[in-house]
Each structure stands twice: as C-alpha cells, then as structure tokens.
Design a protein around this ligand. Structure first.
Ligand code: AMP
Ligand code: MG
Length: 268
C-alpha cells in the first residue's frame, strides 16, 4: 500500500488521481498510529542531533499546500520535538518592495539552511509559479522560465550538501470548505480567516492546474515532490514525520571523530 506519492521525474502529475482522504484504512485512535508517529519523531530527534553535530549536510523542507491545507499544523506537530538550535522555520509572505526589487530567488536563498541545520519553508519560491501565475502578477513568459530556474537553484543546493525535501499537502475542495467554516465558527480561529480566502477558493481549479504543472516540471532526481494525502490531520502528521525520518536516515549523519583520546584526559 502506498503511503504517499513520490513524483517520478518526467511523469505528468494528475491531482484528480490523488485521494486526499487516503489513510491506509487506519483510525485516528489506533495504537499503531501512535506507535508509528512516536517512532518517527524519536528517530527524527536522534538523527537531528547527529546532523547538527556532524555539521556537514543540511536539510531543507519545502511545505506547500492550498489555503487551510495544514502547513502551520504540520510544522507545529511534526517538528516540536527537535532541538531549536538546529531547526528554524522561514515563512514567505507577499514580497516586500525590497524583495520585489531583486530576482525571485533572492529572498529564498538567504533563508536556506547552513550546514548542520534543518530549515522548514512555510511557502517558498513555488509561490512564484503558483499565486503569481494565478493572479497574473508577471507575464507567462516570465513565470514559465522559472521552472527551469528553480530546478537549477535546487540542484545547486543539492550539489552543496543540502537535501531538498518538497512536500505538497493535498486536501480536497470540500475539506477546505469545512476548515474555512471552522475558522468562522471558532472565535479563536477568526484571525486565521481573511475574506480574501474566499476569492482564492473561487480560483481553486486555477490553483490545481498551477500545482499540477509545478509538481510535474519541478520534480527532478535530486528534488522530487512528495504528495501527501492531507484531509486527515493525524494521518498527514504521521506520514510527514515518517518521510522526514526516512530522509534523515538516508542522509546518514554521523557524530564527528575527535582528534584527542577522551580516555587519556584527566579533569582535575
Ligand atoms: P499566509 O501564509 O496565510 O500568512 O499568507 C501569505 C500570503 O503571501 C499568501 O496569500 C501567499 O499567496 C502570499 N505570497 C507568498 N509568496 C508570494 C509571492 N512570491 N508573490 C505573491 N504573493 C505571495
Ligand atoms: Mg492564509
């Protein structure tokens, strides 16, 4: 049974073939869900400690999702156990005047992880082929060239020791309706609602087309997209933790060798 979909470079993504509700037939309260989630988080913790100590490789996690897709919740749940010294979130909002005065990757490159660090992108350079395309903020000839520019940028990062893990949280339009409604129903969530969310929702199909093309064009050998079924938050959290743990396992960070003999040192 497939838990998530890794986009194979060169294949065309069809989001209507993805089931955002997929959950392996598990239930939220199943013991195995807690076990798998806890095990993945524990492994993340252990491997992050090695990554930080090793100080040679870094991990960049790019999170993209439709509005209400669960980027904030995923970050809160999945990464809370990590050591904050070696882990950071970078959120990308509407570009400032200063940012707009540069190329679209300028603000992104400033936030990429240093060696030993894990950085989570809450939105990313992909906004420049998503919202920018849907709202026609630049001509098509400009955003179209960005697919290749993004691929080359990510290849540069990979060549220099940064693993690029890209996660698309896939929710259904109906699930978005429920989550927007929940934001209206709960006074503590009002702040998360903006009337503009409704005009974005009206462009759902345009966004899906933009996502499909971005996921297709920007899945490369070094940085393929992963599509996460995200209608069920507990399932999404479990799968994201498992993917991050598996990625860190592949990176195989090791504690550095020391150049002294600890047994020969006497502390007075
Ligand atoms: P939020 O993540 O809900 O705080 O909202 C951030 C907003 O910034 C979203 O509406 C994004 O679409 C918008 N945004 C992020 N990056 C860009 C960009 N490069 N160009 C235009 N809008 C952007
Ligand atoms: Mg928002």
């Amino acid at each position: 049974m497939e838990h998530f979909t890794t986009v194979v470079p060169g294949t065309r993504v069809r989001l209507d073939e993805i089931d955002p509700d997929f959950h392996e037939g598990l239930k939220k309260r199943d013991e195995v869900v807690k076990e798998r989630t806890d095990a993945a988080r524990e492994e993340m913790r252990e491997l992050q400690s090695r990554l930080y100590a090793e100080g040679r490789q870094s991990l960049l996690i790019v999170l993209q999702a439709p509005d209400t897709g669960g980027k904030d919740g995923t970050i809160r749940h999945t990464f809370r156990g990590l050591n904050p010294s070696g882990c950071r979130v970078a959120s990308f909002k509407v570009p400032t005047t200063e940012e707009l005065a540069h190329d679209f990757l300028w603000r992104i490159h400033q936030q990429t992880p240093r060696r030993g660090e894990i950085v989570i992108f809450n939105r990313s350079h992909y906004e420049d082929v998503l919202v920018v395309r849907v709202h026609e903020l630049v001509p098509e000839a400009v955003w179209r060239r960005r697919y290749n520019q993004i691929n080359e940028f990510e290849e540069l990062l990979a060549d220099c020791g940064t693993r690029v893990l890209k996660l698309f949280l896939c929710i259904s339009k109906e699930e978005q309706r429920e989550r927007l409604q929940a934001r209206l129903d709960n006074p503590e969530k009002h702040w998360k609602f903006s009337p503009g969310d409704l005009s974005e929702r009206a462009r759902w199909d345009d966004y899906m087309a933009a996502y499909e093309e971005a996921l297709t064009e920007c899945s490369t050998e070094v940085a393929p997209w992963q599509i996460i079924p995200a209608n069920r938050k507990w399932y999404r959290n479990m799968i994201v933790a498992e993917i991050v743990a598996a990625t860190l396992r592949e990176m195989a960070p090791v504690y550095p060798e020391v150049d002294f003999d600890p047994g020969a040192i006497v502390i007075e």
